[in-house]
Design a protein around this ligand. Structure first.
Ligand code: CA
Length: 368
């Protein structure tokens, strides 16, 4: 090789190395220099699914606005970046910095996650927020997720859910025996223990199964989301409220290393934006559920019914058994269970006196 050609080549390599170096610098120290970070949020919901997907998008928007664009969050619907039920691992591994889901989807990692979404005969939406923010729940949740390198925040609540859609009227516990019913998680387990034939199906498969007669009944969320799926077309008996899901919390998870690396004010932006969503999501569900319920009853002739007393009693007994089994769990799960149950015990005196006491009085004067 002639000296001149060699020099030319060397210059090219040096230039390439320099480009490589500057690209690497841009990746590693992005945007911190310019004060701008771009994060990804993976979710378990279809993008912009009413109430749930829209909550993730609004949270991302809120973080961008509150930080004046210093931290922007790009939202991925379930399956867009990773499959829905891999969202937690994606955040733990840093594939995405944030996730939006319901904690009980991760009960395969720890049964204790159920307490941060909902458990049968558990807490209402208000009570769950009270436990997380002022009853020691957040500290326990932090402890549980720290092992996975994840920082959790409460980021919404669906409020009271409905018990489900039944083709035939349920007059007593007898009518529930062997009934094929879609219900996941501990809620499903409660039904199973009172003689129901429980099946687990993703949301999108409930309607076709009900239509085909593969299942006799199924639950999803409440009037707003249920109306959208059209369950009333094949089942007219709408039982509620749900006793298995009295108020399901939503979570925002953040990769802990990414979170710890943020300046204090951006950490506070995330914390505050999540807290704002707790109220915003519940208000969204409350407003839209009431509208949808009216439409279901007046336009689609749906029969809204309470579960018969013997069904409630049997399910209550099953729920007690299910929770009691947490006594034998690992240390952190037991600690969370004990905190939750002690908090619920205090609520037994207060909540029936507060909203629970007021609502029958209002109905007595104004009608149901
Ligand atoms: Ca449900």
């Amino acid at each position: 090789m002639k000296r001149r050609e060699f020099l030319k080549g060397a210059a090219k390599s040096a230039a390439a190395a320099a480009v490589g170096a500057s690209a690497a610098t841009q990746l590693a120290a992005p945007a911190i220099a310019q004060g701008k970070l771009e994060w990804r949020m993976v979710t378990t919901w279809p993008k912009n699914f009413p109430g749930l997907g829209t909550a993730a998008s609004r949270l991302a928007q809120r973080i961008g606005d509150m930080s004046e664009g210093r931290l922007t969050v790009k939202v991925f619907g379930g399956g867009e970046l990773v499959p829905p039920f891999e969202a937690f691992d994606a955040v733990a591994q840093g594939t995405a910095q944030m996730g939006h889901a319901a904690a009980y989807y991760w009960q395969g990692k720890s049964k204790a996650t159920n307490f941060f979404t909902t458990v049968p005969f558990g807490l209402t939406a208000d009570e769950l927020a009270a436990w997380v923010y002022h009853g020691g729940g957040q500290e326990l949740w932090d402890k549980l997720y720290a092992d996975f390198g994840v920082k959790p925040f409460l980021a919404g609540n669906t409020g009271a859910q409905m018990g489900g859609w039944f083709r035939n009227e349920i007059k007593s516990l007898e009518d529930m025996q062997g009934l094929k019913f879609r219900a996941p998680g501990l809620n499903g387990e409660m039904y199973r223990r009172v003689g129901v034939n429980v099946v687990s199906l993703p949301g999108g498969e409930i309607f076709p199964a009900l239509q085909a007669g593969t299942i006799d009944a199924g639950e999803w969320v409440g009037p707003w989301n249920d109306l959208a799926f059209g369950f009333y077309k094949v089942a007219k008996n709408y039982y509620g409220p749900a006793i298995g899901e009295p108020g399901s919390g939503l979570e925002c998870t953040v990769n802990k290393e990414a979170y710890d690396g943020l300046p204090k004010d951006l950490q506070e932006v995330i914390r505050t934006a999540c807290a704002a969503e707790v109220n915003a999501v519940l208000a969204d569900f409350t407003a839209n559920n009431s509208k949808a319920l009216e439409e279901l009853v007046t336009k689609h002739e749906v029969q809204v019914r309470p579960f018969p007393d013997d069904v409630v009693e049997a399910m209550g007994k099953a729920a007690q058994e299910i929770l009691a089994e947490f006594e034998g769990a690992d240390a952190i799960t037991k600690e969370i269970y004990e905190s939750f149950v002690a908090f619920r015990q205090r609520m037994l005196a207060w909540s029936p006196l507060a909203e629970g006491g007021y609502l029958p009085l209002r109905a007595r004067v104004l009608g149901a």
